[in-house]
Design a protein around this ligand. Sequence first.
Ligand code: HEC
Length: 208
Amino acid sequence: MKHNYFKSGIVIALLAVFSLLAIQSEAYPPFVRQSAKFGAKDCTFCHTEPQGGEGWNERGKWLMAEKTKRNADSINVEWLSEYDSNATAAPANKTEDKGDKWAELESYHEIMSQTFHPAEEGNLKPIRSQAGELAARAQKWLDSKPPLMYGVPSIKAILVKLNAESKALAELVNKNGSDEDVKKSITALHDRFHEIIGACRVEKEKKK
Ligand code: HEC
């Protein structure tokens, strides 16, 4: 008898675990349905992986940040109405107007600093492996919508050059260019990057 109680205890415990798992995974697909009006087709609307779970794209990360900001218990897909007006060229959002955050700039800078500083010291491995990524991020940066204060032709003009030069560096690396040429190219590109940072600083000062 005792033995049977024990067995059914295990069965019940297992059932509980399975139904919890089922509830958990069923909690997410509604996200897709609820956010269909914002353009969602599948989990990759917010996740980096098609099967969802760990790893979120900008939208997913934004939702999680909102959850913290709003002190909410769970994500509310309706918040996306604010995200969308933020991300598209729709009427400017007030916080963005005043902001100087330019995610694509930071994303480019990340690779630039990971590759340029080793290159300065003669280690060209990072830039040789990341030149393609650097060029891709330059293009994304060029295509992005700048914070209002940086949306000026002078900055755009330097950004166009930076994009072309990032592509040229990627090609040079692709062709297995010499260390000397690669170093020269990444150094010039780093200067170009700081030209933009300088121009941004000028615009920011103007707005004060
Ligand atoms: C509208 C955006 C959105 C969509 C669409 C979406 N998710 Fe999510 N998902 C999130 C966010 C945001 C979290 C984090 C929730 C939190 O932190 O409270 C999350 C969390 C999860 C988690 C928990 C992961 C963990 O480690 O915490 C799973 C599993 C998951 N989603 C699966 C899916 C699946 C499967 C789909 C597609 C059927 C999907 N999601 C669609 C936004 C979304």
